[in-house]
Design a protein around this ligand. Structure first.
Ligand code: ASC
Length: 148
């Protein structure tokens, strides 16, 4: 029930406003949290992507549901890359190039918010148009900051 766990963490994150450093007792907890959030994000992004790329039948309601989950989840991982939480697939560059990392994180939030907005139209072409930039925002951060 990894997804339920991640959603429970997400719900907690939405109501807790402590500084990131105080949210996780151990680096391992932060790593689990950000991987959980990104796993849920990736799963739902994949569902929208399958429709955008014609690999799954378009279902406007389910596309919107997933796109809104993606946009919400995209707000969560970044606070879990606090100082002292190096590890997982994260490259050490994250902690050396904070401005660049935060900028890419913000771009992902913005691009996924636009995808969620587009999904409300129920129009596949609008979803397709917003999906590409969102995918690119994931990719630029992975290329710079994620180990394979
Ligand atoms: C996905 C996924 C990513 C991004 C990225 C886009 O579906 O899991 O990490 O898209 O591959 O290029």
């Amino acid at each position: 029930m990894k997804i339920i766990g991640a959603l429970a963490l997400a719900a907690m994150a939405a109501t807790v406003s402590l500084p990131a450093s105080a949210q996780f007792a151990k680096a391992e907890d932060a790593i689990k949290y950000r991987q959980g959030a990104l796993t849920v994000l990736g799963s739902h992004f994949g569902r929208v992507g399958a429709m955008a790329n014609g690999k799954a039948a378009f279902d406007a309601k389910s596309a919107q549901e997933s796109a809104e989950i993606v946009a919400f989840m995209a707000k969560l991982p970044w606070a879990a890359f606090a100082a002292g939480t190096e590890g997982g697939k994260a490259k050490p560059e994250i902690w050396k190039e904070q401005a660049k990392f935060q900028d890419l994180a913000k771009k992902s939030e913005e691009a996924t918010a636009k995808l969620a907005e587009a999904s409300k139209s129920g129009n596949l072409d609008q979803i397709k148009a917003a999906f590409g930039p969102a995918a690119n925002s994931c990719k630029s951060c992975h290329d710079a900051f994620r180990n394979r």
